[in-house]
Design a protein around this ligand. Sequence first.
Ligand code: SAH
Length: 190
Amino acid sequence: MNKRLSLTTFTHNLLEKKLTEGDFVIDATVGNGHDTLFLANQVGRLGNVFGFDVQQQAISSTQLQLKQNQFENFCLFHASHSEMDIHIPKQQHGKIKLIMFNLGYLPGSDKTIITQANTTLIALKKSIVLLVSNGVLTVTAYPGHSGGDVETEQVKLWCAQLDPLLYTFEQIKSSEKITAPRLFIIKKKI
Ligand code: SAH
């Protein structure tokens, strides 16, 4: 079984129930654009998807796919997600319904360009400020590649120290294997 794909499908199924037309959402790791297209479809004409990636290629190809599919409800930034607060319009701060991270490297691309624990943590801290109450943060992490193990552990520790009065946190593992991809789901209560 392709673990990356199955956890992605699981995440999409979960988010389909949480998102409604008109929502404002962020894809923090655009990559091949699968999540970006999924989100654009969910939030519809009245909503908007903000996307980030450090690879111009990822931004350009996703922009093309979105346009080919007649979407206009998006705004992509060739920038690190650790700078998301600078790029997201001020009037949207505290109003974002969902922020999605899919960590690691882009499948079928340059495997040396991977998300880094330090910038990921900066971005996560900024994310919870941008969320609306009842907003959701999802992080798919891959401990199976070099660097991904440390990053996954850091994300887990960060989730665990969140104030339980303000946030709920759960972790879903695609299998019990130590290297199995996992999904962290954080919900902002108030
Ligand atoms: N969601 C994507 C897969 C993402 S793979 C899909 O559906 O295809 C991880 C992506 O994160 C890669 O494209 C990589 O370029 C990007 N990335 C790495 N570091 C980043 C950073 N600091 N900010 C934003 N994107 C980053």
